[in-house]
Design a protein around this ligand. Structure first.
Ligand SMILES: Cc1cc2nc3c(=O)[nH]c(=O)nc-3n(C[C@H](O)[C@H](O)[C@H](O)COP(=O)(O)OP(=O)(O)OC[C@H]3O[C@@H](n4cnc5c(N)ncnc54)[C@H](O)[C@@H]3O)c2cc1C
Length: 398
């Protein structure tokens, strides 16, 4: 967005590839629309994606809750399981086709430049240990839930143990077994999330007590496989064939965080670096994209004024912090209702949510709020002054 508005941008990224097997990939309609407005949604999807009609919660095979995204206005009446690699490579290719872009792959941030309390750029360590200093009028820290930039700035992460469960992820090859949904299978004492993912695989998330990884894995893979097969009997054959060792599993430590400060003179924290959420309801990418779209006009305004001060950048936090806080509140309720063990409160919440969301017009409204956010965010395309150079005919974008 900044490049398209004629701003010079240096992107430093610690990794050199975008292969991230265990990272978020379900895109809500709000995020899809932003990517569409940037002209990368179709091309990223063409590399391989799965369309999902919505979320379902099942208990002993019975559908308890059905959040059907097809009730939303086309063309975004769906969830999209889009591998991050497809999306990031497409975004990067678009950046390379715009003037003013410098890419530093394999560069980790190692210091922030400071001039009497004002951030004036950053220092990066490259693959061969080389150090590169990038002077900048503003540094945007979009380096994720364990943001090094945030640490270097001495800003507290604001971590809270807001959830009772961690999630263990793995994928299974599953040709011909697509369900077209994100499903949460509830069973005695456990919950298992399953959704289709590209190419012909199922991505599975197993909820276990927060901090309970050591205890859960002490007996090796066999009891885990049995527990999962009992919870989702229709996947028993795939689990027994493909889940062969603990190394197939990846643990996600689930927590919420809200950084102590999002803006300072010359510095902004965005996405997970500013606020981290649980994976339930697939909101993290959506929020990060909406942060970017909200930040775009705020930054242009500050840059035009020649003053990227805390005051100039403050509207970003003012606009986005309520949306982030709301997602955490809703996710806590969802986690209690859909991942928690049975209890009167959880049972009550589940039945209330099921009745509301599945059948009523209010449910359609709630679905729209989950899909687009309480205050939908659009890209300010009216502020664009440059378009990416067209790709050469026959050439693959890279
Ligand atoms: C297992 C898992 C499943 C999830 N599922 C979903 C989902 O289905 N849908 C959803 O919406 N959200 C999901 N999330 C959350 C979602 O992935 C994040 O909220 C989202 O990716 C945040 O985007 P971001 O750009 O802020 O941070 P990230 O996507 O984490 O990107 C940060 C980037 O900064 C780079 N970086 C990190 N440190 C440095 C450094 N020191 N120097 C330079 N570069 C650095 C990283 O390599 C990375 O490219 C999931 C998260 C996990 C972990």
């Amino acid at each position: 967005m900044l490049l398209r508005s004629g701003v010079r941008v240096t992107l430093a990224e610690k990794s050199t590839t975008y292969r991230r097997d265990f990272h978020g990939e379900i895109l809500q309609p709000g995020g899809q629309r932003i990517l569409d407005q940037l002209g990368v949604l179709d091309s990223a999807s063409r590399r391989g994606a799965r369309t999902l009609d919505g979320f379902q919660v099942l208990e002993r095979g019975r559908v308890l809750l059905d959040i059907d995204y097809r009730r939303l206005e086309p063309p975004y009446g769906r969830l999209l399981a889009l591998p991050q690699r497809h999306l990031l490579e497409e975004l990067l290719a678009a950046c390379h086709r715009l003037p003013g872009f410098t890419h530093l792959p394999g560069h980790r941030i190692s210091a922030l430049r400071d001039d009497r309390g004002r951030c004036t750029g950053a220092v990066f360590t490259g693959p061969a240990g080389t150090r590169t200093t990038v002077p900048a009028r503003v540094v945007v820290a979009a380096d994720g839930r364990f943001s090094r930039t945030r640490t270097l700035a001495g800003i507290g992460a604001g971590r809270r143990e807001a959830f009772d469960q961690d999630i263990v992820w793995f994928t299974l090859p599953a040709p011909g077994r697509a369900t077209g949904r994100v499903r949460i299978h509830r069973a005695a004492g456990t919950a298992v999330l399953v959704h289709d993912t590209h190419p012909d695989r199922l991505r599975v998330g197993w909820a276990l007590p927060h901090g309970g990884w050591q205890a859960a894995t002490a007996g090796g893979i066999a009891p885990i496989r049995d527990e999962l097969a009992a919870a989702v009997p229709e996947l028993a054959d795939l689990l027994h064939r493909h889940l062969t060792g603990l190394s197939d599993l990846a643990l996600l430590d689930v927590f919420a965080a809200d950084a102590e400060e999002w803006v300072r003179d010359g510095l902004v924290l965005a996405g997970d670096a500013a606020h981290t959420h649980g994976p339930l309801g697939a909101q993290g990418i959506n929020l990060a994209l909406q942060d970017a779209a909200t930040l775009h006009p705020v930054l242009l305004d500050a840059l035009a004024a020649g003053r990227c001060t805390r005051e100039r950048l403050a509207p970003f936090q003012r606009l986005r912090a309520p949306a982030a806080a709301r997602v955490t509140r809703v996710q806590r309720l969802q986690a209690k209702a859909f991942l928690g063990t049975a209890g009167p409160a959880a049972t009550y919440l589940r039945s209330r949510a099921a009745a509301l969301v599945t059948r009523t017009p209010l449910g359609a409204h709630l679905t729209s709020r989950i899909a687009f956010g309480p205050v939908p965010v659009q890209v300010r395309t009216d502020l664009f002054t440059a378009a990416p150079r067209p790709t050469q005919k026959g050439a693959r974008s890279q």
